[in-house]
Write a protein that binds this ligand. Structure first.
Ligand code: HEC
Length: 192
């Protein structure tokens, strides 16, 4: 009996190790992951694509709820795998980190908890890709340590920002001290 149990455990841990290697969940593989996310989503001219599978593969950093008489919104922010772990250790975003902010219109109803609101349909996606190297000095969508991009739900694959200094930066100045990111709303990064 004892021998069998031991065999099972060994087989189980070999399987677990293989799974970890395949899914890239070991430390070494995931730090490469951030870099390849960056390379996969950006072409030679610096054009940025939206990551197709962020809802499944990325980690949720946190949600901002914006109350507006014209329609409340929820802003979900997702980050490429390994972001929270790297940020926790180093206090900064790794080169190649991808952030996706998905802006939702909301619905609400009286549920058993109270007046409950939830994310319903996507309006826009904002994407930022960390760039420590200044890879695209000539591009108006790259600067201040990031690539900046915008997609709308009527054409979800079409990048429509033209100049990050006009389209993005002004609104992100209050977050300058934290690398232009509103980290206070992200418990996964250690925000209190
Ligand atoms: C109207 C002001 C405004 C504009 C314009 C704006 N942002 Fe933001 N952005 C914010 C605020 C405020 C937050 C965090 C709180 C929130 O979502 O309500 C945020 C959050 C984000 C996030 C999630 C990470 C973070 O910083 O918290 C990303 C990614 C992002 N913005 C990218 C962009 C990009 C790319 C552009 C330009 C195409 C852009 N933003 C333009 C105000 C703005």
């Amino acid at each position: 009996m004892k021998g069998n149990g031991h065999k099972m455990t060994t087989r189980h841990s070999i399987l677990a190790l293989m799974f970890a290697l395949l899914s890239g969940s070991l430390g070494v593989a995931s730090s490469h992951g951030a870099q390849s996310d960056h390379l996969d989503l950006v072409d030679a001219q610096g054009n940025i694509r939206k990551p197709p599978d962020y809802r499944v593969r990325y980690q949720a950093l946190g949600v901002y709820t914006v109350l507006d008489p014209k329609g409340n919104e929820m802003h979900y922010t997702y980050a490429s795998p390994g972001t929270a772990e790297f940020y926790g250790k180093n206090g900064r975003f790794a080169d190649g980190t991808v952030l996706v902010k998905e802006v939702f219109a909301t619905s609400h109803a009286r549920l058993t908890t109270g007046d409950a609101h939830w994310a319903e349909s996507t309006k826009v996606w904002f994407v930022m890709i960390k760039d420590e190297k200044g890879r695209f000095p000539g591009s108006p969508l790259w600067g201040n340590g990031w690539g900046w991009a915008l997609f709308k739900s009527d054409a979800p694959d079409k990048q429509i920002a033209t100049d990050f200094k006009k389209d993005c930066l002004g609104c992100h100045i209050p977050a300058k001290e934290t690398d232009w990111v509103y980290v206070r709303g992200y418990p996964a990064l250690g925000a209190k």
